[in-house]
Ligand binder design. Structure first.
Ligand code: SF4
Ligand code: SF4
Length: 110
């Protein structure tokens, strides 16, 4: 039997995030924010290009996060996941805001 990772921090899989904003809206402490833009993608055989959202920046303020896991549960694309505890202490509150690169680096493979 494979041991499940214990709860720790929230990791992001940026390629799986569609910028749908569901996690932002459902987070009870409003500690998630993201920026995105739209692009037109031409697909073979399609009459019109498809509009897709592209993630520019995703942050979680761990000074506000209460580790409830709602964001992980509501993400329809499994772009958020629990990751093992890591050292993300900071000398000031702004230092507790972790951005895309750090959140992605916390990802663990199943
Ligand atoms: S664990 Fe809870 S408080 Fe923390 S970012 Fe996710 S929804 Fe927000
Ligand atoms: S719910 Fe998931 S896909 Fe939607 S913005 Fe949040 S992380 Fe990205």
């Amino acid at each position: 039997m494979t041991a499940l990772p214990r709860r720790g921090v929230i990791a992001l899989i940026p390629d799986d995030c569609t910028s749908c904003l569901i996690c932002v809206q459902e987070c009870p402490t409003w500690c998630i924010s993201l920026d995105s833009h739209t692009e037109q993608v031409a697909e073979p055989g399609a009459r019109r290009p498809r509009t897709v959202s592209v993630l520019d920046r995703f942050t979680i303020d761990f000074g506000l996060c209460m580790y409830c896991g709602i964001c992980v549960d509501v993400c329809p694309f499994d772009a958020l996941a629990w990751a093992p505890d890591v050292d993300y202490s900071a000398a000031s509150r702004p230092g507790l805001v972790q951005d895309t690169g750090t959140l992605a680096s916390w990802r663990i493979d199943d």
